[in-house]
Design a protein around this ligand. Structure first.
Ligand SMILES: NC(=O)c1ccc[n+]([C@@H]2O[C@H](COP(=O)([O-])OP(=O)(O)OC[C@H]3O[C@@H](n4cnc5c(N)ncnc54)[C@H](OP(=O)(O)O)[C@@H]3O)[C@@H](O)[C@H]2O)c1
Length: 249
């Protein structure tokens, strides 16, 4: 019997899990999903799973060779820049075909009140004087950017409870893992008297409900735009990614 084709799937997103599920139905393909290890209890994913950083570009290049990886699909979050850069460099060195699976960014529609900014520091500057109660929908790593805003109360959503204090003066943590739907998001924003949101332009549907509810409630959204895209073959849906994989195996 022919050996299975081996795909390294860089994950940590709903799309990567869905792609692993769809590929598991196919014969002759072995999928290894790689997670950074940021969440304590990741949801179950079919196929093999490896957790933790590779140790940089050289180590990832070695991994691709040692594990006989035929294709790499980078389905990480659009804001996970470092791993995507490393994957691009490692695939270039090893000649491994690479696909980036990334949903298109959200676009503002009529009724949205977005203040578009480049990064978390600019988001903090945009918030000053605009609102007293803010839903901060960013990762743990970005919270430091908001620490000087001591007159704002923040609602922070996380998957795992933080182990220590967050670098904010006034805040409450709400635990939750997407996808989120509009009724829950509306109730959350109203319950906490939220006056503005900070969000990353992730694209996709799993976390869009808060943006739609902000529009409905007339709340401003400080929207952090994505880092600049580098050249890569890109799929914008799981179906597109499956076609790309099928064409190469
Ligand atoms: N950034 C976000 O807003 C966001 C949102 C939702 C989900 N996520 C997911 O969370 C994970 C970490 O995101 P990040 O923004 O912290 O990443 P990052 O800044 O791009 O990566 C930092 C380091 O973490 C390791 N790493 C990241 N993703 C990995 C993966 N899938 N498998 C193995 N190692 C990985 C790599 O370590 P080495 O250099 O040692 O290999 C990388 O250099 C990603 O899987 C991403 O899809 C991120």
């Amino acid at each position: 019997m022919a050996e299975a084709h081996r795909i390294l799937l860089l994950g940590g997103t709903n799309d990567s899990r869905e792609l692993a599920e769809r590929l598991a139905e196919r014969d002759g393909i072995e999928v290894i999903t790689s997670l950074a290890g940021r969440t304590e209890h990741p949801l179950a994913i079919p196929g093999s799973l490896r957790i933790g950083g590779f140790g940089g570009v050289e180590a990832l290049t070695r991994y691709l060779a040692e594990e006989h990886i035929d294709l790499l699909v980078d389905a990480t979050h659009p804001f996970a820049e470092r791993i995507s850069d490393n994957a691009a460099a490692a695939c270039c060195r090893s000649g491994t075909p690479r696909l980036v699976l990334s949903r298109p960014p959200w676009q503002a529609v009529a009724g949205d009140h977005w203040i578009t900014v480049a990064d978390a520091k600019a988001a903090a500057r945009a918030l000053a004087g605009r609102a007293r109660r803010v839903f901060l929908s960013v990762g743990r790593q970005e919270l430091e950017a908001f620490e000087a805003l001591t007159d704002i109360w923040f609602l922070v959503r996380m998957i795992d409870a933080p182990r220590g204090d967050l670098p904010l003066r006034n805040y409450e943590v709400v635990l939750g893992r997407g996808p989120f739907e509009a009724n829950g998001e509306r109730a959350l924003l109203l319950l906490h008297g939220i006056q503005a949101l900070v969000a990353k332009n992730s694209g996709g549907e799993a976390t869009y409900a808060k943006i739609a509810v902000a529009r409905e409630l007339g709340l401003p959204v400080v929207m952090i735009e994505r880092p600049v895209c580098r050249k890569a073959e890109t799929a914008t849906s799981v179906d597109d990614a499956l076609s790309w994989i099928a064409a190469r195996l």
